[in-house]
Design a protein around this ligand. Structure first.
Ligand SMILES: Nc1ncnc2c1ncn2[C@@H]1O[C@H](COP(=O)(O)OP(=O)(O)OP(=O)(O)O)[C@@H](O)[C@H]1O
Length: 229
């Protein structure tokens, strides 16, 4: 499902004549099979989020290749990646990234508008997903009127609405208390088991790392396989 082949990436900071080059990903390769949950651990600043952003097509490395579901997306431009994401990937972030001026319903529905789906179909699909995450009763609430756990459920429903085979998550439980975290991990596991969705999850948290069928560790820009939690 995900194949990262020998990706290296550096960030350049500073002005033209005093540029500092920081290598962030060093010859990283990673294979995630269909239906797997892979968790990525590692110290702060080791390059985990950068790796996720590379796989999601938000950062384009000059070296290496990325294949998603056997499609080589390495050469895609922004527009091609945006289209590809809408069909193939969902995202969950620590900070939820919901649109504050939109209700739960509208946040979940938005990707379907971007896909050009008719209003009737959008309503049916949005309702089905809000019911799945247990939030249909909250459909008209704005993010500020929802708890952290509820907001994260809305963001999961939004990630799922395009029926993606793959979900990328960056610290998905980072803003949640431990009971809510447990519920959310249960939801992720059932989505994996029932719908076969592949997950790549970045985390600092051992409890989250444990739900991975496999855990890898970023150490100073390099990826280590076979990590025990
Ligand atoms: N846009 C950017 N420009 C310059 N440097 C960056 C940029 N993004 C990240 N970095 C640097 O790259 C390194 C890796 O950052 P990254 O966010 O990938 O690490 P991380 O392992 O996800 O950390 P955390 O767990 O704290 O989120 C850090 O040294 C960071 O300062």
């Amino acid at each position: 499902m995900i194949e990262v082949r020998n990706v290296s990436l550096s960030f350049e900071i500073g002005k033209k004549d005093q540029k500092q080059v920081t290598p962030v990903l060093k010859d990283v390769s990673l294979n995630v099979k269909k239906g797997e949950i892979v968790t990525v651990v590692g110290r702060s600043g080791s390059g985990k989020s950068t790796l996720l952003n590379v796989i999601g097509g938000f950062i384009h490395p000059k070296e290496g290749q990325i294949l998603i579901d056997e499609v080589d997306v390495s050469g895609y431009n922004e527009a091609q990646f945006a289209d590809f994401r809408l069909e193939n990937m969902g995202f969950i972030f620590q900070s939820f990234q919901l649109i504050q001026s939109m209700t739960a319903f509208e946040n979940v529905e938005l990707p379907l508008i971007l896909k050009g789906m008719s209003e009737g179909e959008r309503r049916v699909q949005t309702q089905a997903l809000l019911e799945k995450v247990g939030l249909w009763a909250y459909k008209d609430h704005y993010p500020s009127e929802l708890s952290g756990g509820q907001q994260q459920r809305v963001s999961i429903a939004r990630a799922l609405i395009v029926n993606p085979p793959l979900i990328l998550a960056d610290e998905p439980t980072g803003s949640l208390d431990s009971t809510t975290e447990e519920e959310l991990l249960g939801l992720i596991q059932s989505l994996n088991q029932e719908l076969g969705i592949t997950f790549l999850i970045i985390t600092h948290d051992q409890e989250v790392a444990k739900i991975g069928h496999r855990t890898v560790e970023m150490v100073d820009g390099r990826l280590k396989e076979g990590v025990r939690i």
